[in-house]
Design a protein around this ligand. Structure first.
Ligand SMILES: Cc1cc2nc3c(=O)[nH]c(=O)nc-3n(C[C@H](O)[C@H](O)[C@H](O)COP(=O)(O)O)c2cc1C
Ligand code: SF4
Length: 664
């Protein structure tokens, strides 16, 4: 191990337990459980894979303690004894690799809904959560006692299943946090009215759980340092709660941030546009108030930052959430000094949390193996057979990387002089540098794995025939739609992608036609280099295909730049110096010096059709099939390799692959 990262790999204490290192997988709902909340083989394979990568401590996802508190359709449950065998198997899978494993005990309160649980949500006060927007039932004293008993029973199940500890989910605006915060708790009885009374529910849950598990079983608690909402939790209030929990005997505290109402601010699960380590100051502040260990979380992606937080005493443990979805081997690679090989999470929030909020399974845009560990166990047997990949965008590079890992002899032909395809334009927009880091990672991998990359090498069917590969993977991508508009004379027009790649000039007042995510990003780029910009969009809102937090942050930046947004508006025509647009109320001319088209893309698949020779194994992947997101492109590239190897996919994985939503 590189000596300089030693502090990350020193053992650490959580109550009476010793973790082998300072790295923690925080709770992450995966939506892999069955309808009853039981762990599935997919869940087991995923947790075992993460344990194999060397993390010291695993916290299983927020697991509902009672049905009305279930917040996600396929969340893990700990609400009845039927869950115990699955939890036992999960415990064993972590222990096989020397990791500690606990589970997060969860009740969603008013952030659960009839849709997720089938029951009316409950809350300290009958006030709907502003995002979920469902009126909850206000808990009676008898209801409160029953829920406290459910937490205790859940903790007992965790102990019976052989888990090492439990974490109470007191953060993110769920039931315990709803009691703690006057944003959601307006009670005037024993459970509300003063900070001490608002804390009472947490203290009673803690005491009941302690009674259930005995004196030495570690209980940790996750808290939101602040909620950033009027009447929400402040860091002083959380510090007081932390001190109380220390007095009660909590083994560690885990400091996160926010609730659903403030999720879009981008601090709870920080997206690309928010800096690394943004929540560390909250953990640091709590650490100054207590002597028990503190776990820091929130886009701590690099070993350098993890080390700094530990060495400067800002926290005792580092939670790596999305970093372990993106690369479960982060710990062992860093321990071995293989820093360049770490596939760092790019905080795109596309494959993981955006899918979860859509009640889909959690995947990872840049790691197609996440949640498909069983399938990828079959990634071998290429035996040096020649695979030719046409196209060096994300789908083609993924096919080449996973093809080389499987043992194929892979050549990749890219028509341009650079690898990356649409990642190049994507990375050029402000705050989108994560896409460049993905591009660089894939370039690094192709070189490390010996893929023969041919740039400036357009391929056609005759070229493939000459190369005579065993299989060809067509990843020729998509090109921007450039609609011909009759009668447009003298109005310069360019595609958004060409603007971002620097291959088209831009001038004066720009009208961006198409206000999806890519149009909004192109508008931001143009505004950031000094243009006056108007975005027109036929649908009722701008950037609705962007992750919710990225969207909120981007709309705020567009506003700061003075970009004019015109939803419900269509482009009709262009005249000298202006464009004619129509909204439901009027048709008018807007001044414009050029139009930038962001109206989507169409597949480039001529080559695919001509290469379907019967003797050649041919697979078409990514945007060449249908323009969609990077998540689908990378997955299809890698899965084409599994398909060539004859790996059978589980029905759920097959269905996921077939349901990739169209987009751009
Ligand atoms: C898909 C997904 C599911 C999550 N589920 C939970 C959860 O069950 N409980 C919880 O406290 N936090 C949950 N979180 C938040 C993470 O535990 C973590 O705090 C957050 O991702 C920030 O850390 P990171 O930047 O290392 O990913 C979830 C995050 C993601 C991306
Ligand atoms: S989908 Fe994006 S944000 Fe989520 S873990 Fe993967 S790289 Fe990170």
């Amino acid at each position: 191990m590189k000596q300089s990262y030693q502090a990350i790999f020193n053992p650490g204490s959580i109550g009476r337990l010793t973790a082998k290192n300072r790295l923690v997988l925080p709770a992450i709902v995966h939506n892999y459980a069955d309808n009853a909340g039981h762990a599935t083989p997919r869940y087991l394979a995923h947790i075992e894979r993460i344990a194999r990568g060397g993390v010291g401590t695993i916290i299983l996802e927020a697991s509902f303690v009672r049905q009305e508190g279930k917040g996600f359709l396929h969340q893990l449950g700990i609400h009845d004894d039927g869950v115990i065998p699955g939890l036992r198997a999960l415990a064993e899978s972590a222990h096989r690799h020397g990791a500690l494993i606990g589970i997060q005990l969860f009740h969603g309160g008013r952030q659960a809904s009839t849709r997720t649980s089938g029951l009316t949500p409950v809350a300290p006060s009958a006030i709907p959560d502003p995002v979920v927007n469902e009126l909850p039932h206000e808990l009676t004293l008898a209801d409160i006692s029953e829920i406290i008993a459910a937490f205790a029973a859940a903790a007992q199940r965790a102990k019976m299943a052989g888990l090492d500890f439990v974490e109470l989910h007191g953060a993110h605006g769920y039931l315990i946090a709803q009691f703690l915060s006057s944003f959601s708790n307006r009670r005037q009885d024993a459970y509300g009215g003063t900070p001490e009374k608002r804390r009472r529910f947490l203290e009673e849950v803690y005491a009941a759980v302690r009674d259930a598990v005995g004196a030495d079983f570690p209980i940790t608690v996750r808290l939101s340092g602040v909620e950033n909402v009027p009447d929400g939790l402040t860091i002083e209030q959380t510090a007081a709660t932390a001190q109380k929990l220390e007095q009660l005997g909590a083994a560690a505290l885990h400091i996160s941030c926010g609730n659903y109402a403030t999720y879009a601010q981008g601090t709870m699960i920080p997206p690309m546009a928010i800096g690394d380590g943004v929540l560390v100051p909250l953990a640091e502040r709590i650490k100054k108030s207590v002597r028990i260990p503190v776990i820091a979380v929130g886009k701590i992606r690099t070993p350098a930052m993890a080390l700094e937080v530990l060495e400067q005493g800002k926290a005792d443990f580092i939670a790596l959430g999305r970093s372990l979805l993106a690369d479960p081997d982060w710990p062992i690679k860093v321990a071995a000094g293989e820093l360049a090989d770490v596939r760092h999470c790019i905080a795109c929030n596309q494959g993981c949390i955006s899918r979860l909020f859509a009640q889909e399974t959690v995947l990872c845009t840049i790691n197609p193996e996440t949640g498909r560990e069983a399938e990828f166990a079959g990634l071998h047997g290429g035996n040096g057979r020649k695979v030719l990949v046409v196209g060096g965008g994300p789908a083609g590079m993924a096919a080449a990387r996973w093809g080389a890992l499987a043992g194929f002899d892979v050549s990749l032909h890219e028509a341009r002089s650079v690898l990356g395809g649409q990642l190049i334009a994507a990375a050029a927009a402000p705050h989108r540098e994560g896409w460049e880091s993905l591009r660089e990672y894939l370039v690094h991998e192709l070189s490390r794995l010996g893929v023969k990359v041919h740039l400036d090498s357009a391929m056609d069917a005759a070229g493939v025939a000459r190369a005579n590969p065993w299989a060809v993977i067509v990843a020729s991508g998509a090109e921007p739609l450039r609609p011909e508009i009759p009668g447009w004379k003298g109005m310069p027009v360019a595609a958004g992608r060409d603007i971002l790649e620097g291959s088209a000039a831009h001038q004066g007042h720009v009208v961006v036609a198409g206000g999806g995510c890519s149009g909004a990003q192109t508008a931001e780029y143009l505004a950031s280099v000094g243009h006056e910009v108007t975005v027109i969009e036929a649908e009722g809102d701008i950037a609705i295909d962007a992750p919710v937090d990225e969207r909120a942050l981007m709309l705020a930046r567009l506003q700061q730049h003075g970009v004019k947004l015109m939803p419900n508006t269509r482009l009709i025509n262009a005249t000298a110096g202006g464009v004619v647009v129509a909204s439901p109320h009027e048709t008018r001319t807007l001044p414009a010096d050029m139009v930038v088209m962001c109206l989507g893309a169409k597949s480039v698949n001529e080559f695919a059709r001509t290469s379907e020779a019967p003797h050649l194994r041919s697979r078409v992947v990514g945007d060449a099939v249908l323009p969609r997101k990077v998540t689908e492109a990378v997955a299809e590239g890698a899965f084409a390799i599994l398909d060539l190897l004859g790996v059978k996919l589980s029905p759920v994985v097959l269905q996921e692959l077939q349901s990739g939503a169209p987009g751009n």
